[in-house]
Design a protein around this ligand. Structure first.
Ligand code: AMP
Length: 477
């Protein structure tokens, strides 16, 4: 049976918009576009549960543009180009990318757009605002700066989009958002998108939207084209495992997430020292530095981009193949956002998490949110191992036997440290403990990298036990 795919034309989009989509190579709408576009064309409010990577930008931007077509004109008078649509995003990176998409979609129609965000000289934005733009993409703080300076007017806005509302909440933009909404005409169309729906987001939606249609696409799920895997590893060996994965699998365009700015810088420096070209983006980097790093990453001259959650928000790179969680986020929603950078709009992606014993609680939260388990795979030579056992635990020599279980343990480096220096072993309570009981042997940098095929799958029920041994602390910073 043939399955007829909906086309953009069938969604009711205008020829000039269809032409732009065609030129961009958009063949068919994504599920969120299929659902949002017809409703938004009719002017209904929308609450969208969709993360970045699902095609949500086009889902809100295309109907917004189409509804502005009657106002499109090539006149030179600023009065002919008031701000009619306001799109708010949490970060400058996302704002830039959204506006780039808007520019692409409006290529064949005389509608003007502009992006304004903080961290850059406000004076460069003023002349363009004064000349008039119909579609303004902004971060909340900078928008309010302009409002305060009276360098823009919001009294003709007929469409409001809140993109990544949950992130705006996380970043403390709620008071700014409320102030902005009060400045807008009451008669308007509202669209709000969020990957997650904590209580405060629901309240915000209630206060802003009118009779909104809730559209849910893969809520709290990651794009189906993203393969997710967890590599249990001792926290001290994460960097070596990262290097091993990058080198042995010849990975490029790898986005690596760390928990802190310090860890982000440190990891990028360490990778550079061993010849893996890396750069770091985080909140302490200037806008120029971030853009430079992002451009080099997009161009492929930077192989690994190390980022914190805030800095990486909204990064949009066509078919970003790999996302690696060097540190698991403490907030499970951040995991969903992070891995939303890969497997976008149908492209295949891989999300790899390096998880140490003390991070299992975060892993559990993530799995709860996703409502599924993530496969755990031990990379041979990087077993979590006995080094995770605090020295104060009393241990006794291992009993012989259980060879079958031992055979499950991957071969480790042969350049063992003198065994006399190791503490005596505790009796393994189960086969899980046998897996865990392997001694941690610092690897020899000269040791050839294991082939990726050697990666061994661990039965799911054993996974929890892989991390059973407590550790005192696991600061990667
Ligand atoms: P978004 O979720 O809006 O960040 O979109 C993710 C990526 O998918 C962007 O690079 C878009 O250009 C691309 N994209 C969005 N919609 C489509 C589509 N219908 N067909 C192909 N690519 C798309």
């Amino acid at each position: 049976m043939d399955i007829a795919l909906t086309t953009f034309a069938e969604l009711g989009l205008a020829p000039d918009i269809l032409r732009a989509l065609n030129e961009m190579g958009y063949a068919t709408p994504t599920p969120i576009q299929e659902q949002v576009i017809p409703l938004a064309l009719q002017g209904g409010d929308i609450l969208g549960a969709a993360q970045t990577g699902t095609g949500k930008t086009a889902a809100f931007a295309l109907p917004l543009i189409q509804r502005l077509l009657p106002f499109a004109n090539s006149g030179t008078s600023p009065a002919k180009h008031p701000i009619r649509a306001l799109i708010l995003t949490p970060t400058r990176e996302l704002a830039i990318q959204v506006e780039e998409s808007v520019k692409d979609y409006t290529k064949h129609v005389p509608l003007r757009s502009l992006v304004v965000f903080g961290g850059v000289n406000i004076n460069t934005q003023i002349p363009i605002l004064k000349a008039g733009v119909e579609i303004l993409v902004a971060t909340p703080g900078r928008l309010l700066d302009h409002v305060q300076n009276k360098t823009l007017m919001l009294n003709q806005v007929n469409t409001l989009v809140l993109d990544e509302a949950d992130r705006m909440l996380d970043m403390g933009f709620m008071p700014d958002l409320k102030r902005i909404v009060e400045l807008l005409p009451a008669q308007r169309v509202n669209m709000m998108f969020s990957a997650t729906f904590p209580e405060e987001i629901r309240k915000l939606a209630d206060s802003i939207l009118n009779n909104a249609t809730f559209i849910e696409v893969a809520r709290n799920e990651t794009a189906i084209t993203v393969t997710q895997v967890v590599h249990p590893v001792h926290h001290e060996r994460k960097r070596q495992l990262l290097v091993h994965l990058v080198k042995s699998r010849d990975l490029s365009q790898v986005l690596v997430f760390t928990g802190t700015k310090l860890g982000c810088n440190r990891l990028a420096n360490e990778l550079n020292k061993i010849g893996i070209h890396a750069d770091a983006i985080h909140g302490d980097k200037s806008q120029q530095e971030r853009m430079k790093a992002l451009d080099a990453f997009k161009a492929g001259t930077v192989r690994v981009l190390v980022a914190t959650d805030v800095a990486a928000r909204g990064i949009d790179i066509e078919a970003l193949p790999f996302v690696i969680n060097y540190d698991l986020p403490h907030n499970p929603e951040d995991y969903v956002h992070r891995i939303g950078r890969t497997g976008r709009a149908g492209a295949k992606g891989e999300a790899i998490s390096l998880v140490s014993a003390s991070e299992t609680r975060y892993l559990k939260d993530i799995e709860k949110l996703l409502d599924r388990n993530i496969d755990a795979v031990i990379v041979p030579g990087f077993e979590p191992g006995a080094a995770e056992v605090p020295a104060y635990q009393s241990r006794e020599p291992r009993r012989s036997g259980n060879a079958g279980d031992r055979s499950q343990v991957a071969p480790r480096a042969t350049n063992s440290q003198p065994t006399e220096s190791r503490p005596p072993r505790a009796k393994p309570a189960s086969q899980h403990d046998v897996l865990f009981d392997a001694p941690y042997v610092p690897s020899n940098p000269a040791q050839p990298a294991n082939a990726p095929e050697a990666i061994r799958r661990t039965p799911k029920k054993q996974v929890a036990a892989l991390f059973r041994t407590p550790v005192k602390s696991d600061s990667t910073e």
